[in-house]
Each structure stands twice: as structure tokens, then as C-alpha cells.
Design a protein around this ligand. Structure first.
Ligand code: ADP
Ligand code: MG
Length: 346
């Protein structure tokens, strides 16, 4: 019998729906995952096997095949564990198929069956809401996903709780959204003594969202001024806060699901790699320019940054978006930031 569950795969800030199909057929005992899964997804096999063991559920001596559809879309991350485990339980007849059609599942399984926090639950909840489904995610990610009011979000501590929820024995409670921190920065421009022209320039830059270059000898207060810029800017609007939080959710940076209304302030070091600043790497993660979306990107010791990194800043500065290219996909991240650069004349 074939069972189907739903989850998502990430493409930039977008969470695309993925169907997890599981077939249990007679044949030599095996457990296979197909559908362009990377190493973290293939390893789900061992975690699912151990987590089911912990629930005293033995895998049948049959051929188990899991297909992640659409099969031509690359899939990354450990959040496929839960949908695979639930599809398998359903294929074994332990969870009714009609229950799992109405929810999107994501979560990493520990060997003991506990659900471990995964990145990206906020965009996943948006996708679930647009498909009219609920989201079941790890308890630690619930507060973040619950920000999407249109989706019912259930946060489960372990696989057993998900099993009880889906079989109707013990329903999970709806997750509550995390704190909104209004984030009035503790740093104030009045801490800066003198420097009237620099302060005025900073205020004009903040009012018009202009980029700014500060040149001055070491110890003249350049870093100090830059750090006070987020406090000058108005707090993020709710729409902006959600946009910024989506990127931070993908990077796993949201503390306890709290959404901050404070403008992000990112300060990459001049030795940071191109992938760290622009985005990319093997999984095309967002870089500092995207983490600073709607906020401030402060590049101290500007001339120390490698030339090719400075050149690639042109695209995000001009368009407010950055294209991260990897072997088989182009991912677009929003990156509208104020660039504050500082340099020593010596
Ligand atoms: N105008 C100023 N008002 C108050 N403190 C200052 C001022 N300029 C410098 N400082 C002090 O000197 C320290 C070093 O300044 P910093 O901002 O790191 O300089 P820069 O980045 O230009 O090298 C600051 O942390 C602050 O304590
Ligand atoms: Mg400095």
C-alpha cells in the first residue's frame, strides 16, 4: 500500500510543497529513499528506523521505498525525518491516510524518537496555509511557525505525540506565537560626545536610507556611530518584520521563535568568505547581505574586504535582491539594506 504525507523543500525563502510517498511491498527486506535527496535526507533512514524502534515498532521484512516528489527538485536538510516516519507508519496501517492529507509535517528525529528543532518552520507554515493545511513541527520551532495566523500549527515534542495526535488518541494543542520584541536599541546617539557633523550625516543617512562611508583615524568613533544607527531607524513594520524573520528562520537565527521589530544590524568581518557575505555554499544559504535585509550592513575596515566581494555588492545595492547560483539552481534572496562602510585613512 502507498501512503502519502506532505512536507516542503526550500528554494531561497520559498518553501515548495513536496509529497513523500511510501510503499511497502513484498520482496527482499530493504529501506530506500529516492528523489534527489542529499546526504542529510538519506540518513533519515537510520534515524527513522531507530525512532520507530524506540516506540517498539519493528519494520516489516519487506521492501520499503520512499519517494520524494517532485523527484527532480533537489532536497536538503534533516526536516524530512518526520514526514518519512509518518508516511511509513501510515503505509503500515497505523495512521489513517485521511488524517495525514490535511497537514504538512517537518522535523528531525533523534534516535530516541524526540523531535529536534529545524530551520525554516516560518516559511513552511506560510506554504501550509496557502494549501489549506495545518503544520506539525518540533516543539522548539512551534513559536516561530505560529506567527502565520492562517495556518494551524501543532508543535510536538516527539514522534509518539504525533502518532497519538494523528490517530485521535491525544490531540496536540495549538502552538502560540513567540514574543514580539519592540527592540528599542539600548544604544543612543547621545552617548557620542561631539562629532556633530558625523552625527548629522548619520541622521540624514537614516532619514533618506542613504548608504554612507565614514573615513577617520582609529578610535574616532566610527564603529560607535554605526552601532547607533538601528536605534535611529523606525521599528520594522509587521510586514517587514515577517520578511526579515523568514530569512532569519532559514538561517536558524530566530531565538525561541521571537520576532523582533528591531532593524537587523550585521557586521561581517573583512576575512569572511564570499559565500558568507553574499550567500551560497553547498546549500545556497542566505548571506550577510540578506540577513541585513531591511536593516544595516556595517562593513568596518572596508578596504580590507577582498575586491571581488566588494564588486558583488553592486547587484544587491542596485536591485535590492541577490542571486545565489549553485550547481543546479539559482536562488533569489531579498537584500535591501543600508550599507555603512568605515575606513582608516592610514
Ligand atoms: N565621540 C565620542 N564620544 C564618546 N566616546 C567615544 C567617541 N569617540 C570614540 N569614543 C570611545 O572610543 C572607543 C573606540 O571608538 P570606535 O568607535 O571603536 O572607533 P573607530 O571604529 O573609529 O576606530 C569607543 O568605544 C568609545 O568608547
Ligand atoms: Mg572601528
Amino acid at each position: 500500500m502507498v501512503a502519502v504525507t506532505y512536507t516542503v523543500a526550500f528554494h531561497g525563502v520559498e518553501a515548495r510543497p513536496v509529497e513523500v510517498q511510501c510503499a511497502v511491498a513484498p520482496g527482499l527486506p530493504s529501506f530506500q529513499i529516492v528523489g534527489l535527496a542529499n546526504k542529510a535526507v538519506s540518513e533519515a533512514r537510520e534515524r527513522v528506523r531507530a525512532a520507530l524502534d524506540a516506540l517498539s515498532i519493528a519494520l516489516p521484512s519487506k521492501r520499503i521505498t520512499v519517494n520524494l516528489s517532485p523527484a527532480d527538485m533537489p532536497k536538503e536538510g534533516s526536516h524530512f525525518d518526520l514526514p518519512i516516519a509518518v508516511a511509513l507508519l501510515s503505509a503500515l496501517g497505523m495512521i489513517p491516510q485521511e488524517e495525514i492529507g490535511a497537514c504538512v509535517l517537518m522535523g528531525e528525529l533523534a534516535l530516541g524518537g524526540d523531535l529536534v528543532q529545524v530551520a525554516g518552520c516560518l516559511p513552511a507554515a506560510l506554504t501550509a496555509a496557502s494549501d489549506g493545511r495545518s503544520l506539525i513541527c518540533p516543539k522548539a520551532s512551534g513559536a516561530e511557525a505560529a506567527w502565520v495566523e492562517a495556518a494551524a500549527v501543532f508543535a510536538a515534542p516527539n514522534l509518539a505525540a504525533v502518532l497519538h495526535h494523528l490517530t485521535g488518541q491525544n490531540l496536540l494543542e495549538l502552538a502560540q506565537p513567540g514574543e514580539v520584541t519592540t527592540g528599542q536599541s539600548a544604544k543612543d546617539l547621545s552617548d557620542v560626545k561631539g562629532q556633530e557633523r558625523a552625527k548629522r550625516a548619520l541622521e540624514i543617512a537614516a532619514a533618506g536610507r542613504h548608504h554612507m562611508l565614514m573615513v577617520g583615524p582609529p578610535g574616532s568613533g566610527k564603529s560607535m556611530l554605526a552601532a547607533r544607527l538601528p536605534g535611529l531607524l523606525p521599528p520594522l513594520s509587521p510586514a517587514e518584520a515577517l520578511e526579515t524573520s523568514m530569512i532569519h528562520s532559514l538561517a536558524g537565527l530566530l531565538d525561541e521563535g521571537g520576532i523582533s521589530r528591531e532593524r537587523p544590524f550585521r557586521e561581517p568581518h573583512s576575512t569572511a568568505s564570499m559565500a558568507a557575505i553574499i550567500g551560497g555554499g553547498r546549500s545556497a544559504k542566505p548571506g550577510e547581505v540578506s540577513l541585513a535585509h531591511n536593516g544595516v550592513l556595517f562593513m568596518d575596515e572596508f578596504p580590507e574586504f577582498p575586491r571581488h566581494v566588494l564588486e558583488t555588492l553592486r547587484q544587491p545595492i542596485e536591485t535590492g535582491e541577490v542571486m545565489v547560483a549553485r550547481a543546479n539552481a539559482h536562488v533569489k534572496y531579498p537584500s535591501r539594506f543600508m550599507l555603512i562602510a568605515a575606513a582608516n585613512p592610514c
